[in-house]
Design a protein around this ligand. Sequence first.
Ligand code: PA5
Length: 424
Amino acid sequence: MIQLHLEKVRKWFTEEHEKRLAPLAEFAYGELQNRDRDAFGKGWMSWPVDHHESLYADIDKIASDFRAKSNVTVVIGIGGSYLGARSVLSMVQPEFTREGKHEVIFAGQQLSPTYHAHLLKYLDSREVTLVVVSKSGTTLEPSAVFHTFRDYLEKRYGEAEASARICAITDAQKGSLRAYADEKKYATLPIPDDIGGRYSVLSAVGLLPMALAGVDYRKVMQGAANMRDQLAKVAITANPAVQYALARHVLYQQGFVAEALVTYEPRVADFAGWWQQLFGESQGKDGIGLYPTMLQYTTDLHSMGQYVQDSRKVLVETVLDAFIDDAPELKVPVGLDEKNRYLENVSFHKLQEVAVESVMIAHSEAGVPNIRIEARGDAESLYGELVYFFEVACAFGGYLLGINAFDQPGVEAYKSEMRARLQK
Ligand code: PA5
């Protein structure tokens, strides 16, 4: 269940703004729903309710083969081919609950020589399988890391067995990874043509890592489908994804520079990383767009909290107030010193709730607009709901800004610079 709360932003985003923006919102929503417009980037919109039984069968088969053969799978990818999978695994199987489970380790999300050398050493005492994820098949980081790890597997297991331990998730027809995977007879799974990297977590890109980790991905898909239904049923004036996008649009127009997704649960922090890429790559173009950043409270209240409260008022906070009720109740025991008696017998749930409320009051009264997204439910469905909610908000927000939310031309510049230097 997701609910949007705008009370602490009403000073900046008024009903008057909503009225004034209504025609633009209607237009932008129409553009979003128009499947011929930017069709190449909109496959994610109906994906949660499309028919995927044969894809699920392939995913389940590969996952069960790999789980039987290995106790670690290294998943190689970057950007949209990595952040979603990482975020869902963190949220659905939090820290301290992974012992004895099939391990999924990410690689190729950077070029660190030490990270990859240490990982290869770590793998020596384990049984290993490999998943390489790249829609284009040409991205430098995963490509370099994949060939290094493929080489490692071939030396360790021999070429034929190494090939049986590798799965490539890439375009169904084109690209050099597709050609290479076919030649080597790897297991493969497709990334649909009309779903871009950062919108792809509910495709095989996220579903295979979930299946490998033993996560019930059908529940995640159901969560996304439920959110799709919920958004489709309401008028746009009552559509929470639309309202969220409108609020941040108005704040951007008023001169706010950055938006922080604030999380309170460590297991949700990686979701903020997925959200950051979604908005950063989709809307940060043509010299416009809010800079998406993330804060993890209450930890960061003791570092960045000072800046947020007292410094320049350039920041909007969007509080992802997620409560996943799958842990036993924990209370502060009695026997504290005199000063802290008010904490006795208070549950951590209550403490967290009071922290969210208090911080929102303190920050909004100091001039920091606060949007709250209340999210409750089991981790799998909630993850699916949140993904769909933010994808709609982001793509719709792109039409409000008049930019294309499905391309990322700016990412090319550093790549060509690197290529030129390496070719010298
Ligand atoms: O959202 C995007 O399209 C990008 O972040 C890509 O996912 C990222 O650049 C990786 O691309 P590829 O999957 O082609 O290796």
